[in-house]
Design a binder for this molecule. Structure first.
Ligand code: PNS
Length: 161
């Protein structure tokens, strides 16, 4: 049986930290479905279709084992729909723990069959997040080494830099 994981997130936009988690995840799962879902607590810079395109561009070399999707409902429902047995999430620092713990337990309460698997990002990405990258680039910071090249270009275009 194929081991399928959903890697959910806002991906606004995808960063090298996300790419690192996907690469690590592929050592555990046969297929990863990178899925853009709605986080009601966040206002996004890129539209869903822009985020899908950026993910597709960044992950084109992993085409046969990585799929890009978006879904407008509950994460666990999408996992069932796609025969995924796991939700993959990246964990950077202790500060991520409370939010991730709450989300994982809520998802378990909603569906006991879907397990959440946490992977640690590489040390070099421990401080990066889409939000802090967007803030840095907005004020002229050089974030080129933290995102795929097309994301760097898209950020500059979107923010008129
Ligand atoms: O990258 P993020 O913003 O931390 O990802 C959070 C996300 C999108 C995975 C989360 O908000 C989510 O799962 N949204 C879909 C609705 C849902 O199932 N929420 C969790 C149970 S309440």
């Amino acid at each position: 049986m194929e081991r399928i994981a959903i890697y959910p997130g806002s991906f606004d936009p995808v960063t090298n930290g996300h790419m690192d988690i996907i690469k690590r995840g592929l050592t555990l799962f046969d297929k990863i479905i990178v899925t853009i879902l709605e986080n009601p607590a966040k206002q996004t810079l890129f539209t869903v279709s822009e985020r899908v395109d950026l993910l597709k561009g960044a992950l084109k070399d992993m085409n046969n084992r990585v799929e890009i999707a978006s879904y407008g409902g509950l994460l666990v429902d999408y996992a069932v729909q796609r025969d995924a047995t796991a939700i993959l999430r990246g964990m950077r620092a202790v500060s991520d723990f409370e939010y991730e713990f709450q989300m994982a337990l809520m998802n378990r309460k909603l569906n006991r069959e879907v397990q959440t698997v946490f992977l640690m990002t590489g040390l070099r990405w421990i401080f990066t997040s889409s939000s802090i990258i967007k803030e840095a680039v907005k004020f002229g910071g050089d974030i080129k080494s933290m995102v795929p090249p097309a994301v760097h270009a898209a950020l500059k275009k979107k923010l008129n830099i």
